[in-house]
Design a protein around this ligand. Structure first.
Ligand code: NAP
Length: 303
């Protein structure tokens, strides 16, 4: 029986692990992927983490993991399939085993949303991608589109503009959602064309992407836009299934917990992108990890 199982090894999970280990807790980090770091592994550049301007996401994830390894924190590769609440302890079930702990920190993060149009699924991996930094290099000198208007879409468009001949940024409204500094960067790139108030109705192609069917949201007119690749960046969904029915969540699935990361289920804590909060950034995930570990420590001490 562990004191604590941390589910997820992104910035929130690793930060929680460092704080919990230093507090003397017997803990295990359960990670679904063989590589720690979570979503930042797919981030080309993180430019707003204090003291590390412009750090590559992969390097950041590696540095976080090295910190945990230096403290000899135990990691186990495996996907948590279920959390069973036995009151004074929790059971975390994976495909291979059942692990027991007095407390659990859910730091499972979030995953990309689907656009939900014809052709998306069939052409996924054949010109449809959700990660510009992973797949951008396949489109060198080609024409691509990024769909979305948030931070991720803007970052992706800027990143792709350095690789592709032409990048369309297709956004459903006439105003971008992403940070002003990113908006300015996008607008400064000569090979990025922003198509405001346009929606993609279909992604077309036989064996690979050949184009999209676009609809002008203002007059309803439709036209085909020839493309070699489509990068979808229309938001993220929290990976909170494990605590649905155990801890209260909002309608979008984010776990309801305050800054102390305490959920409505005693002994279960939520940290990072899975928690309902105003800003989802590496720095807030790391802060959550610290808070969740301290809250778990207080919970264990008070039992
Ligand atoms: P987001 O901020 O939720 O933006 C999603 C975008 O996709 C919005 O522009 C939205 O349009 C659009 N969209 C949603 N559903 C759509 C649909 N069905 N069809 C067409 N467009 C659709 O998500 P995100 O960009 O993935 O970012 C996720 C979180 O990570 C955010 O909190 C973001 O701030 C954070 N983040 C921060 C950084 C950074 O600071 N460096 C980098 C990356 C991500 P509307 O605008 O019309 O709603």
């Amino acid at each position: 029986m562990y004191d604590l199982i941390i589910i997820g090894s992104g910035p929130a999970g690793l930060s929680a692990a460092v704080y919990a280990k230093r507090a003397g807790l017997d803990l295990l980090v359960l990670e679904k992927n063989p590589m720690s770091g979570g979503q930042i592994l797919n981030t080309y550049e993180v430019d707003n983490y204090l003291g590390l301007p412009g750090i590559n996401g992969f390097d950041m994830g590696t540095a976080f993991r090295k910190h945990a390894d230096k403290l000899e924190i135990s990691f186990r590769e495996g996907e948590a399939l279920e959390i069973l609440d036995r009151g004074s302890y929790k059971v975390v079930r994976t495909e291979k085993e059942e692990l027991e702990a007095a407390s659990v920190i859910l730091a499972a993060g979030a995953h990309h949303a689907l656009l939900g149009v014809p052709g998306e699924e069939a052409l996924s991996g054949m010109g449809v991608s959700y990660c510009a930094t992973c797949d951008g290099a396949f489109f060198r000198g080609k024409t691509t589109a990024v769909i979305g208007g948030g931070d991720v879409a803007l970052e992706d468009a800027v990143y792709l503009s350095g690789i592709c001949k032409k990048v369309y940024l297709i956004h459903r409204r006439d105003e971008l959602r992403g940070a002003k500094i990113l908006q300015e960067e996008v607008k400064s790139k000569e090979n990025i064309e922003i198509l405001y108030s346009h929606t993609v109705k279909e992604i077309r192609g036989e064996d690979s992407v050949e184009g999209v069917l676009l609809e002008d949201a203002k007059d309803g007119s439709q036209r085909e836009l020839p493309l070699d690749g489509v990068f979808i960046a229309v938001g993220i969904h929290p990976d909170s299934e494990l605590v649905q029915g155990l801890a209260e969540c909002d309608p979008a699935g984010y776990v309801l917990a305050g800054e102390d990361c305490v959920t409505s289920c005693p002994g279960i804590f939520a940290a990072g992108d899975v928690r309902k909060k105003p800003i989802r950034q590496v720095v807030t995930a790391v802060a959550d990890g610290a808070n969740a570990a301290v809250s778990a420590g207080s919970y264990l001490a008070g039992r």
